[in-house]
Design a protein around this ligand. Sequence first.
Ligand SMILES: Cc1cc2nc3c(=O)[nH]c(=O)nc-3n(C[C@H](O)[C@H](O)[C@H](O)COP(=O)(O)O)c2cc1C
Length: 212
Amino acid sequence: MNERPIFCLGIATSPRLGGNTTILLEKALAGAAAAGARTELVTLNSFSFSPCLACDGCFKEGKCVVQDDMQLIYEKLLSADRIILAAPIFSMGMCAQAKAMVDRTQRFWSTKYVLSRDVIIDKENRPSRKGIFISTAGSNHKNVFDGALQVAKYFFLMLEAEFAGNYCYPQADEKGTILNHPEALQEVYRAGLDLARNSTSTDPSNRTAENI
Ligand SMILES: Cc1cc2nc3c(=O)[nH]c(=O)nc-3n(C[C@H](O)[C@H](O)[C@H](O)COP(=O)(O)O)c2cc1C
């Protein structure tokens, strides 16, 4: 039986510090903390790392040979029991900062599909891994979250974390405007709570608060 608290990692990927996705992430982490999780918010902007170089260096051992700050992020991603990815929509996809991090999970793709190994080797001694995706967009375009959602699902698959839902809010453009939408803040707080409680009440259907 695992005695340690669930570790819930939140990754704020927007370059706009204190922006809408980060506000939502903070709420979700507050929910997770209320459920007893140990939480950590990582601001990707404060780390320096290159995009994937497609050098295939990870094909040998499943480790990324590029020695930059992504090595610190890998450690956090591997040790987390719950992962909350928060990324705004830029040009109809997730922001470049988030996508660069996802591309660097190529080492996990390589572990799984080149080396045929598990990414999480001590699964049976750990709580099950789960993740949720949080996003905002300025517009209300019908498909505005579709691309980012596909990438988020891929990210969690590579991390061997079950995708436990997405919380995507359109028509939230100005910095901080999401604060005017308490239903969105409440929804992500609840999602964080459920995520850390190991509840099955989160579902992977696309949640979008319409007309905000
Ligand atoms: C470079 C850039 C590109 C954007 N592209 C889109 C877009 O394609 N569709 C959209 O609806 N909003 C777009 N937006 C608006 C953001 O998605 C929106 O402001 C979001 O709330 C930002 O989240 P943040 O405050 O967490 O950074 C864009 C914003 C920027 C800065």
